[in-house]
Design a binder for this molecule. Structure first.
Ligand code: ZN
Length: 331
């Protein structure tokens, strides 16, 4: 079923056109139901969605999922990645920027003075801006993002950002010393294909950092049947744990340097919010659980820091390296 072509993108009452999916690691559809949920956060459609878990590798994925043409509807103008501005988020923005700066610079250790850095799925340029402000002046920073609404503010801020999917944009092969994919792979139609492509762009010895939601976390164990914030129904297509994230890198010919976890309050806050909202909880309480809520973010940051110390934080961080002497067969 496809929507009428003249439908306005903001129409949130029409069901989405859906297409079947397979596990991007195994290439098959052999999966068991994991969760049913709706777009609790933005209500971009009336649909309920099914998340499944691959019986072979345990990767979680949306099946069926929105057709490519539905992106305009499922990423509304008020989507937070377009709207994470200092004026609106105040203290939360400043704290997050400081924490992200520490994390980012750790990944940049050992980069040459004239390193080329690419941020795939750079959104409004949040990470590139941090690298420009806190990194070395000789670093050549570039981003790529498929959504014009995200790219426009990044370009307006003077950042070099290409509009399009990373596979479509013309970028040099074997050129980048560091490539970031921060909260990107879970949105992709085929993360395996994209990471294989990105691996070709890496210079020999270059590093790829993949950050994504963790299905091996306690928040997933508690809420994964329906309300888990990391689903972001229907915007997240593939969801990883440590073993499947490692496989994503090795399948692209990269060496695993480290796959670990980090603390993040976001999925906790959304999970609780979705749970309350779904059960008809009081509006004032539901609305209090948001990325604007300093107390909620603070409490769950402390909880998740403890979990991350045990290797079970809400966010996965995969650090991969392209072999210095690239194995043959690079095409
Ligand atoms: Zn699989």
């Amino acid at each position: 079923m496809s929507p009428p072509p003249d439908r306005a993108p903001a129409d949130r009452t029409s069901p989405l056109a859906l297409v079947p999916a397979v596990c991007c690691l195994c290439g098959v559809e052999d999966a068991a139901p994991a969760a049913v949920g709706a777009d609790f956060e933005y209500r971009t459609s009336p649909d309920e969605f099914l998340a499944v878990r691959c019986r072979r590798c345990r990767l979680v994925f949306l099946n069926p999922r929105p057709a490519a043409g539905e992106a305009v509807q499922i990423y509304p103008d008020d989507y937070h990645a377009f709207q994470f501005r200092p004026a609106e988020f105040g203290l939360v923005y400043r704290v997050r920027r400081r924490l992200e700066a520490r994390r980012l610079l750790r990944w940049c250790r050992g980069l040459p003075a004239d390193a080329r850095v690419l941020d795939v799925g750079c959104g409004d340029g949040f990470h590139l801006g941090i690298l420009r402000d806190y990194g070395r002046p000789g670093w050549r920073l570039e981003g790529v993002d498929a959504d014009a609404r995200a790219v426009a503010p990044a370009q307006a801020a003077g950042l070099t950002v290409h509009l399009g999917n990373v596979e479509e944009v013309t970028l040099p092969e074997s050129a980048y010393h560091l490539i970031l994919m921060v909260m990107t792979v879970e949105h992709l139609p085929d993360p395996s294909a994209t990471v294989r492509h990105v691996a070709r762009l890496l210079a020999p010895g270059g590093r790829l950092v993949v950050v994504t939601d963790n299905t091996g976390s306690p928040d997933f164990a508690l809420f994964g049947g329906r309300h888990w914030g990391g689903y972001h129904f229907p915007r997240h297509t593939y969801l990883f744990d440590k073993p499947t994230l490692a496989k994503l890198g090795t399948a692209a010919g990269l060496e695993v340097e480290r796959v670990g976890t980090a603390a993040s309050p976001v999925n906790w806050v959304y999970s609780l919010r979705n749970w309350l909202d779904d059960w008809g909880g009081p509006r004032w309480l539901v609305n209090r659980l948001s990325l604007h809520s300093v107390p909620a973010l603070g409490c769950f940051t402390i909880l998740d820091m403890a979990l991350a110390a045990l290797g079970r934080g809400a966010i996965l961080q995969g650090l991969f390296r392209k072999p210095a002497a690239a194995k043959g067969g690079e095409s």
